[in-house]
Design a protein around this ligand. Structure first.
Ligand code: LLP
Length: 432
């Protein structure tokens, strides 16, 4: 096992992903390629569904934050597992519709929905629109009125939590492009406006405090602030908030240095905290919704590359260059995110070589990692970067006109294409 049970080494010394030989996958599908272990995704969905039902009751609905990894088959998997989904754009809505995802289980997010986005969401009949601001509230209300419907909405609220500190700094994240802040009084104003607006029904509140969070404290702080706010709404405006969406954000281990947390335990703790805050403030516990993205799909993924060159710069460092890079994984360039890499065709050898992993773009910052421990590499080796299931394919670009890799789903050792490799023809398709 390497990091997770679904990454292992077979008798040939090859990396296996969900029981499939990574070297054979590279031969069959080419490189670079994203490989996703479907069983891991399904198991994570079930963990969330079971834990949410136990903690929040039978009508609990975990939403898959589909920005983490989005393609038609992924929505079909979420649908089969009984998840709801969070969509943030018309593109995601359109893909969900293609997968015949049940519209009532779609929550439509985004801090700047266009009229066309709102219209598509209403054409599809999405369950909830998560309204970010007053301009948007007015636009949603007007469109619903025009159609003669009542649209269920949540309001996005900024609780003012800095998830990287243990205790809430109440003004921490008030300065955000998302939502309305409780601290400035604007949250209460938008609630009042939503109560008075026609064509919309204020069902609940939403907050999202951040991503890649390992501690429960920031969630507990957010729940505390949100429950107090729900109590204030009841007291001052006489309105009962029935849904509380606490967003996503639970962390994932990318390297051996990261903690691996139990999502079931975290959900149970959040459930307990919300219930106790509700009884403390004497309010009926709302339906609690969680919105995980990364923790459902990150660990399930790996990206396979072919090594093109190894360059040892005397007195400086060693570069291993691969046939992908920032176009398929911009996360090191953007956030210096750490990954685990290995040579898939010699996976049982010690990772005692230190190298910088470079991509193939004409840009020095096109790196997948620096000072990474890996096996000695040579041209033609298959190099795997693990835990790339979240925010890799979904953030991929065509920089340098490099076609995007395919997404291959592996299940019990069998592989199938979920998204085809882009061709050069795909790249020029919209060029006039
Ligand atoms: N709900 C909302 C409203 C969000 O904005 C997000 C993530 C999620 C749920 C899911 O959060 P998760 O469980 O995945 O942490 N591109 C960055 C991550 C951006 C996350 C944005 N919002 C990365 O590659 O790390």
């Amino acid at each position: 096992m390497i990091l997770y049970p679904h990454f292992d080494v077979n008798e040939k010394g090859h990396l296996t992903i969900g029981g499939a030989d990574a070297v054979e996958l590279a031969e069959r599908f080419g490189t670079p390629a994203y490989i996703i272990d479907e069983n891991v995704v399904r198991a994570r969905c079930r963990e969330y569904l079971t834990a949410a039902a136990e903690s929040f009751g039978k009508d609990a609905l975990p939403l898959y934050a589909s920005k983490a990894l989005c393609f038609t088959e992924m929505y079909r998997i979420a649908k089969e597992e009984g998840m709801g989904i969070d969509c943030v754009s018309s593109g995601e809505l359109y893909t969900a519709r293609r997968a015949e995802f049940p519209a009532e289980r779609i929550y439509f997010h985004g801090n700047n929905k266009t009229d066309a986005d709102i219209a598509l969401a209403m054409d599809m009949g999405v369950g909830r629109i998560v309204v970010d601001n007053t301009d948007e509230l007015d636009a949603v209300s007007a469109e619903a009125l025009r159609r003669g419907i009542t649209q269920g909405i949540l309001l996005r609220i900024t609780p003012g939590i800095d998830p990287h500190t243990h205790r809430a700094v109440v003004t921490g994240n008030v300065d955000s492009k998302f939502g309305s802040a409780i601290a400035t009084g604007q949250a209460l104003e938008i609630v009042q406006r939503a109560i008075n607006a026609s064509g919309v029904e204020l069902v609940g509140l939403h907050c999202h405090i951040g991503s890649q969070i390992f501690d429960i404290e920031p969630f507990s702080d957010a729940a505390d602030i949100m429950v107090r706010f729900i109590a204030e709404i009841k007291e001052k405006l006489g309105c009962e908030i029935r849904e509380l969406n606490l967003g996503g954000g639970l962390g994932v281990a990318y390297t051996e240095d990261d903690a691996q947390i139990s999502y079931a335990d975290s959900i149970a703790k959040i459930g307990k905290i919300v219930r106790s805050f509700c009884s403390e403030h004497n309010i009926t516990a709302p339906r609690v919704i969680l919105e995980p993205g990364r923790s459902l799909v990150a660990a399930a993924g790996a990206t396979l590359y072919t090594v093109g060159s190894v360059k040892e710069i005397t007195g400086f460092r060693n570069y291993i260059s691969v046939d992908g890079g920032m176009p398929d994984n911009p996360r090191y360039a953007l956030y210096q995110s750490q990954y685990t890499a290995l040579i898939a065709n010699r996976a049982s050898e010690a990772r005692d070589y230190v190298a910088t992993l470079a991509g193939r773009c004409c840009e020095s910052g096109d790196l997948l990692g620096e000072n990474m421990k890996i096996q000695r590499a040579k041209r033609g080796d298959i190099l795997a970067v693990l835990v790339t299931g979240a925010y890799n394919y979904s953030m991929a670009s065509n920089y340098n006109r490099i076609p995007r890799p395919p997404v291959i789903l592996v299940k019990d050792g069998e592989a199938r294409v979920a998204v085809k490799r882009e061709s050069f023809e795909d790249i020029v398709r919209n060029d006039i």
